[in-house]
Design a protein around this ligand. Structure first.
Ligand code: MSP
Length: 662
């Protein structure tokens, strides 16, 4: 048993919960649930960041006292998260009295070391970032590159924190403990920032009042990031929960890449200065940013895609699954409404849901709705069990290394293997000659389904338990010190009653898909208000329509282009085609339950082994092409060049197979 403490950023209350903040919070909750299931002693923290100039101004604009404003806005977050099945141990607010008292104490500790001194600050400040900016960080015209708004010139008395003193210790720390910043690419970012040198940091303000007062210097209020970062420690207090901040605890701050520097430069420096030891520093995992249907999350768009509404329409588990599966954690990714429904139909409906349905249906038909007995295990069952065991171990490893997308990939590989097994073992045929064999097949499948029902719990707590109810099993349990992560199929008790109750994930047919997309998807091009990012895409689309109408055959409309289903594929296997010099036979994962077979004229440029594991671009809705001898190609790869010197089209980064190109 270990101690595991996971946090999300505390969110600014000038905004409402949106898909971006929901993403971070869902990941943290899923990680926490994995550790709960593994028997760890866990704690999850989320909350709201309520002080600072940005919030004070927003309250003013709305004609409200800051406290009334933050009370109302903070409640939006507190109420949203449970609707996404997020269960934090504490929802902290930086206006909580115990937090304020803690921050003042932290300040005193830092001051006592001589790391705080008084002076005058004069430079640029971006209120949106709540961050000081050097000239070289700004775009021409003194524009903040993040907020695209002019920064403000600030000149005021301030306390400085001696950040420069921590440059060397931090460099040494990260050289010694690379795991403290993840993933690796983010670590490099921090290292190069440190290489650039650290300037002392202004950590108090005197020109407004909405913040925590600096002890013994009533004119000053604390810089909002000093106050905010301290939440991670203040939340635990000094009682029993303080155990989560110790060298024995794994402390993980999940943050977006936008706030990496605050977490991996300022925060450890504050902690070390205040006397915390190096072996109780947090791991900072910075993930990428989501776009929505390929577009940056402008405020309009962001508010059009309300995670709570998505959860109400599809169920929280479906949203959680998609968010975690569609994006390789750490990378930027797109939340695409079409892909959401496609993935729902494929992974949830056709893969796992259908497997459960088929097995329970067959148990009804062939075993009186009860768990049949597992008889003699043949190599076929053994293969399934071995595969399940290996994939479950891989999923566990992925959860531990904070790679939820990989954990889900491995978990679903178990379901795919079981689907393949059922077709190969064909219990419906076996029953005609050997009923005991048919029972063994079903018992093997039930043993695997039980493991899957536990393994999906961190991401789909509700569906996991619904699935278990259908299998006649109690809800997932977890207990301190007891590792409940499934390790490999063990047969269920024979004779135990099953309780099928309909499709776990009813799929959307074509009309259903259209209807749900019409309900969910944000307004289309052209509906966007002027000035919004989407409006910019309107003109070229209209131009194309006009050109097409005027008979210019070389120009196609967007709708024509959209007919081509271009997807990211991951090459799973590849082999030469005997007697065909140019052809390779590949299986390519395009986000469907089974990889597709694709025959491609690549053999003059590539040997098969160099293609396995590569990401390719697949035309997925091309009519199948028969190359003879049962070799049918279900798609085409994009490439350029002569056949003996081809270059394959690909995408950057670890994009999930099946992602659409648009
Ligand atoms: N209040 C600070 C954090 C203080 S933590 C001590 C803050 N708040 S915020 O409301 O702006 O939230 C930023 C975080 O929201 C990001 O770091 C990220 O976790 C999440 N996201 C906001 N937009 C996002 C996307 N478009 N995509 C993914 N996550 C994003 O910064």
């Amino acid at each position: 048993m270990g101690l595991f403490y996971v946090t999300t950023p505390i969110y600014y209350v000038n905004d409402v919960p949106h898909l971006g903040t929901a993403y971070t919070t869902v990941v943290a909750d899923a990680l926490r649930r994995f550790h709960l299931l593994s028997g760890d002693d866990t704690y999850m923290l989320t909350g709201t960041d309520e002080h600072g100039q940005k919030i004070e101004r927003q309250a003013e604009e709305q004609g409200l006292a800051p406290k009334a404003f933050v009370d109302a806005m903070s409640a939006r977050f507190r109420e949203a998260w449970p609707k996404l099945s997020i269960e934090a141990d504490r929802f902290i607010r930086t206006t909580d009295p115990d937090h304020e008292a803690f921050v003042q104490d932290l300040w005193r500790k830092v001051r006592a070391t001589g790391d705080l001194y008084e002076g005058t600050y004069e430079d640029w400040y971006c209120v949106g970032c709540e961050s000081f900016k050097t000239e070289k960080e700004l775009e021409p015209g003194n524009i903040c590159p993040m907020h695209k708004k002019p920064v403000e010139r600030v000149k005021e008395e301030t306390f400085f924190f001696r950040l420069s003193k921590w440059e060397k210790p931090l460099k040494e720390l990260y050289a010694r403990r690379p795991e403290l910043i993840q993933p690796q690419s983010r670590r490099n970012e921090v290292l190069s920032f440190l290489e650039g040198g650290l300037r002392d940091l202004s950590v108090s303000r005197t020109t407004f009042t909405w913040g925590v007062p600096v002890p013994d210097a009533p004119k000053h209020i604390m810089y909002v990031w000093f106050d905010a970062l301290a939440n991670y420690r203040s939340a635990l207090g000094t009682g029993a929960e303080a155990r989560f901040w110790s060298k024995d605890s794994t402390i993980v701050h999940i943050v977006g890449k936008d706030i990496l520097r605050f977490h991996s430069v300022y925060w450890p420096a504050f902690l070390l200065s205040a006397g915390y030891s190096e072996d109780e520093l947090p791991i900072v995992f910075a993930h990428g940013f989501l776009t929505i249907d390929g577009q940056k999350m402008s405020k309009t768009l962001r508010n059009a895609v309300d995670p709570v509404r998505l959860a109400e329409e599809l169920g929280p588990d479906v949203l959680r699954y998609h968010l975690l599966r569609a994006v390789a954690f750490g990378q930027d990714g797109d939340f695409d409404h079409h892909a959401l429904i496609e993935r729902y139909n494929a992974d949830l409906g056709k893969n796992l849901g259908n497997l459960l349905n088929r097995v329970l249906g067959l148990c009804n038909k062939l075993a009186e709705g009860k768990v049949p007995a597992l008889g003699e295990v043949t190599p076929l069952e053994q293969e399934l069990f071995d595969r399940a065991k290996a994939e479950l171990a891989a999923a566990r490893a992925a959860w531990i290394s904070i790679e939820p997308h990989k954990a889900l990939e491995a978990t679903w590989a178990v379901s795919s293997a079981a689907n393949q097994y059922i077709d190969r073992a064909a219990p419906w045929a076996a029953v005609k000659t050997d009923p005991a064999r048919a029972h063994t097949i079903l018992a093997a499948l039930l043993a695997v389904l039980r493991e899957i029902s536990t393994a999906i719990w961190p991401v789909m707590p509700g569906k996991a338990n619904e699935m278990r109810a259908q299998l006649g099993l109690p809800p997932v349990e977890h207990a301190l010190g007891k590792d409940g992560w499934p390790t490999g199929p063990t047969p269920m008790v024979a004779g135990h009653a099953l309780a099928p109750s309909g499709a776990l994930f009813p799929t959307f047919d074509e009309d259903g898909t259209k209807a749900i997309l019409a309900k969910l998807a944000p307004p289309k091009e052209g509906d966007a208000p002027a000035g919004d990012a989407k409006a910019a895409t309107k003109a070229p689309a209209d131009d194309a329509k006009a050109a097409a109408a005027a008979g210019d055959a070389s120009v196609i409309t967007y709708d024509d282009f959209a007919k081509v289903d271009l997807r990211v594929g991951l090459v799973k296997t590849c082999e030469k085609v005997p007697k065909k010099d140019k052809l390779l036979k590949l299986t390519v994962d395009v986000g469907e339950p089974e990889p597709r077979q694709i025959i491609a004229g690549l053999a003059l440029s590539f040997t098969p082994e160099t293609l396995v594991g590569r990401r390719v671009v697949v035309v997925a809705n091309l009519a199948p092409r028969d190359f003879g001898k049962g070799m049918v190609s279900h798609g085409m790869l994009l490439a350029t060049g002569p056949s003996e010197a081809l270059h394959l089209a690909t995408v950057e980064g670890d994009v999930a197979p099946g992602a659409r190109l648009k």
